[in-house]
Design a protein around this ligand. Structure first.
Ligand SMILES: [Zn+2]
Length: 197
């Protein structure tokens, strides 16, 4: 009967190599997961396929920034505020609050540097705007995961101090839009889908 014995040096080398291989495989699986998620999110936007959405909302800033300085529906003279304002110093990372595709990432006179994300969920299209950024880290067509950095906080556009403005919109006839006045154009209170951490 043959015996298969490894000397300790060989055994240690084999063990190490196995560990390295497993680690590499693990890293690869992580990348595959991200790619699948991105593809899934892109499909929801392009074809309205909803089988694969990474449906989770996360706070768009580090959890230490939670002070709301402007609420949904605030009267502001000639217009009504259609999102929330969160106080945050300049240059803090701003995270995608939901998986989606970047449909616009550019400067706007009122909103400053603004990123707009879109996705589809149960047949309904959704949009989020993140505004007044000092810089933008994504380009149109990018698929993002919740928590991906889309830019850095700022006070560009019509802002009286550094803060993040967030608007959440969903397609007409969504039940969340019931009772919301026309002046708010398909926007819902972001704090109905996103809780303050
Ligand atoms: Zn605002």
């Amino acid at each position: 009967m043959a015996e298969f014995l490894l000397d300790p040096v060989q055994a240690a080398r084999l063990h190490r190599r196995l560990g390295d291989d497993l680690q590499r495989m693990n890293d690869l699986m992580e990348q595959v997961k991200i790619v699948l998620c991105d593809m899934g999110n892109a499909l929801t936007v392009l074809y309205g396929i909803n089988h694969f959405t990474c449906d989770a909302w996360i706070w768009p800033l580090d959890v230490k920034w939670t002070t709301i300085t402007g609420y949904f529906g605030d009267e502001r003279g000639t217009w009504v505020h259609e999102g929330v304002d969160i106080a945050v110093p300049l240059g803090q990372p701003v995270y995608a609050p939901h998986a989606g595709v970047v449909i616009s990432a550019k400067f706007n006179a009122a909103y400053g540097n603004r990123v707009r994300l879109e996705w589809s969920q149960e047949g309904v299209r959704w949009w989020v705007w993140l505004a007044h950024l000092i810089s933008i880290a994504v380009i149109e067509g990018h698929a993002v995961m919740p928590g991906d950095v889309i830019g850095l906080s700022g006070e560009t556009g019509n802002a009286t101090g550094p803060h993040l403005h967030m608007t959440v919109q969903c397609e007409s006839n969504h039940e969340l839009l019931r009772g919301i006045p026309e002046v708010l154009r398909g926007c819902i209170n972001p704090l109905t889908v996103l809780s303050i951490p």
